[in-house]
Design a protein around this ligand. Structure first.
Ligand code: F6R
Length: 635
């Protein structure tokens, strides 16, 4: 048994990303289906919904379409469904399964089962018993696919669910309702109840594969795999199953001991980053500044190996301290007036062309407002590429307010705008009767996009950049009017390449937000990387001298050992940034599709930037009011 196994109580497979991981799971499922076909048997699959299995279903559809995988002998049972809900509602899991899988394969729909969200409450108990019976009659689940909630739920078995629980009606945790609120216009519309199969039902499956993508799942993955079995983390009960595996991407695996403290699980390659990670983790855990760490601390923390390799605690402390200190600079575009050795950015050219890619119209100011302002003030030619219109995140009330303005404007000035008036009337009428599951008309989406565009432009004016340096890219993948976006395509990459070719940047700043691999930020990142790779492969002049810096989105910050440039902010600069964020009025005072964080964007940004400053302080580095942090990315 390797040391890794002594921490991990469930076998874990880690893949570079969710696509590669899903391809491997899809291959296993297709092998099983084919084997059963050969044996003249049915194959019983237990299926999950949510964002996680989408890549898996896409791959299964591909295997059906291109490799002739047939689902004629497949019977499926889904884990859960909201209650109450109509099967054709936009957010129902019935609809989800049809849209993502069943409508695209040759499965007999009579063989598919998703708990019914329309059953009378009094009948649910009998219905649940029947559901279990059907699974048994079908021969039991051969292969169960699971996702995991950030609170450790599997199916909708929330914390507190017993090991012996069966199919039943459950109340959804507030954290689950918040996490799933992104599918609904507001948290109030997320159902409070659900029907779910039980933990015991899940554990009866012959094989269980739990999938998890993204760093937001990492803490609960660690608890489930390395913690003790407890009903506080229902997924930990999977430790009792003898044929269960967790299939993860690197983000979801990052809290496992083998990643977090690799020196505890065996031999490691001591790169500069790894040394920094070990020493900073130790300093933070022991609540000591880096320069106060002793050889005793190194020994007790399992880092004696590091001392053998790199000298005394004193030497290593200095090495890490100096490295961290050198990340701090007030000159994000390089310091031309002075030759500073080990400065994170090049000195030449004095005035750099810069593109800030902003996935939504406010990420530039939220995530790197201080740096944005400095770059401009220090004489760099700063351009902003607003990647998407951000039009779904504007409330109907806000649109109504703007419509009132426009209509009054026309009447005050006696402008004859019969066409405009028609659009306003239609939009008003639509919003008045709009149902929660309805998507906006094209006109309303255009108005919402316009609102966000004017806010972004106002922010650029506030910073001082010229109108011609503002680029609204309106990437088409985003334009569905729904939370569910189109897959990124050729047009998205072309628009991005065109902008890069036009600006010929020395620096690009972009959102490196990998927490949610299906979120808009990550899709925008993938599109930009594809554009850069293509330009690089073509030896295109426009990027021959271009460095890519990543900021992280509004939710989290880089680990301090990954940071390569930090820009300090004074208390006054923090206020200046806050006022810049306030310009985005449509995003203030509670926004649509808020997700699980109820703080306003300016609060998130400030807490995060002061948090980074506090972290540097705890490590014994200079104390600032706030720090914006960046990581360099090779493309
Ligand atoms: C869905 C289900 C849930 C999800 C979990 C993760 O059928 O049973 O347990 O798997 O909430 O959701 P996503 O994948 O959206 O993060």
């Amino acid at each position: 048994m390797s040391l890794v196994d002594s921490f991990e109580k469930i076998p874990v497979q880690i893949y570079e990303n969710d696509k590669i991981a899903s391809a491997s799971v899809a291959r296993e499922i297709s092998d099983l289906i084919r084997q059963k076909q050969k044996d003249g048997k049915t194959c019983v699959l237990g299926l999950a919904t949510g964002s996680t299995p989408k890549t898996l279903y896409k791959e299964l559809v591909r295997l059906h379409k291109t490799e002739g995988l047939s689902f004629k002998n497949v019977v499926t049972f889904n884990l859960d469904e909201y209650y109450p809900i109509e099967p054709d509602a936009l957010q129902s899991y019935h609809r989800f399964m049809n849209v993502h899988l069943f409508d695209h394969i040759d499965i007999d729909k009579a063989n598919t089962h998703v708990p019914d969200g329309t059953i009378e409450k009094n009948d649910v108990r009998a219905y649940a018993a029947e559901y279990e019976k059907k699974i048994e009659m079908a021969g039991g689940i051969d292969y169960q696919v699971l996702g995991i909630g950030i609170n450790g739920h599997i199916g909708f078995n929330e914390p507190g669910s017993g090991r012996q629980s069966g199919t039943r009606l459950v109340a959804l945790d507030n954290t689950t309702r918040l996490a799933n609120a992104y599918e609904f216009a507001s948290i109030a519309q997320v159902p409070r109840l659900a029907i779910t199969v039980g933990i015991n039902t899940i554990l009866k499956a012959k094989k269980i594969v739990l999938l998890a993508w993204g760093s937001h799942k990492a803490p609960v993955i660690r608890e489930s795999v390395e913690g003790t079995t407890t009903d506080h983390v229902p997924a930990s009960f999977l430790q009792e199953h003898n044929n269960c595996v967790f299939v993860l991407d690197e983000g979801a695996a990052q809290e496992l001991t083998r990643y977090k403290s690799p020196w505890l699980t065996g031999e490691i390659d001591w790169t500069e980053k790894q040394i920094r990670k070990a020493v900073c983790s130790m300093a933070l855990d022991l609540k000591k500044p880096i320069l106060m760490l002793t050889s005793n601390d190194y020994n007790n923390y399992g880092l004696s190996d590091l001392m053998v390799k790199f000298g005394s605690a004193y030497d290593i402390n200095l090495r890490v301290f100096n490295g961290m200190r050198d990340t701090i600079t007030g000159w994000p575009g390089g310091k031309y007036s002075e030759d500073v050795p080990r400065h994170p950015e090049r000195r030449e050219p004095k005035s750099k062309r810069v593109i800030i890619f902003s996935p939504h119209p406010d990420d530039d100011i939220i995530s790197m407002g201080g740096t944005f302002i400095r770059l401009h003030e220090q004489g760099h030619d700063v351009h902003v590429g607003y990647q998407t219109s951000g039009n779904i995140a504007v409330s109907d009330e806000f649109v109504m307010r703007q419509i009132d303005f426009a209509v009054e404007f026309d009447s005050i000035f006696g402008i004859d705008k019969s066409r405009a008036n028609g659009i306003w009337q239609d939009a008003r009428a639509f919003i008045k009767t709009k149902k929660s599951y309805q998507k906006d008309t094209e006109e309303i989406r255009a108005i919402k996009g316009l609102i966000r565009r004017t806010e972004a432009r106002a922010t650029c004016r506030y910073v001082g950049i010229k109108d011609e340096n503002i680029h609204f890219m309106n990437l088409p993948f985003y334009e569905t009017g729904l939370i569910e976006k189109n897959p990124p395509g050729e047009a998205d990459v072309q628009i991005t390449m065109d902008l890069i070719k036009k600006v010929k940047p020395h620096q690009i700043f972009a959102a490196g937000d990998f927490a949610d691999p299906h979120g808009t930020h990550k899709v925008c990142f993938d599109i930009m990387i594809e554009a850069l790779k293509r330009l690089k492969a073509a030896n295109d002049e426009s990027i021959k001298d271009c460095v890519l810096w990543l900021y992280r989105g509004a939710w989290a910050e880089w680990d301090c050992w990954d940071v390569e440039m930090t820009i300090p902010m004074s208390p006054d600069q923090v206020m200046q940034k806050r006022n810049g964020i306030f310009i985005h009025q449509s995003q203030k005072d509670g926004v649509v599709f808020q997700g699980s964080d109820s703080r306003e964007f300016w609060q998130r940004a400030e807490e995060r930037n002061s948090g980074t400053a506090d972290l540097y302080d705890r490590l014994g580095l200079p104390k600032y009011a706030a720090l914006e942090a960046f990581m360099k990315w090779e493309y």
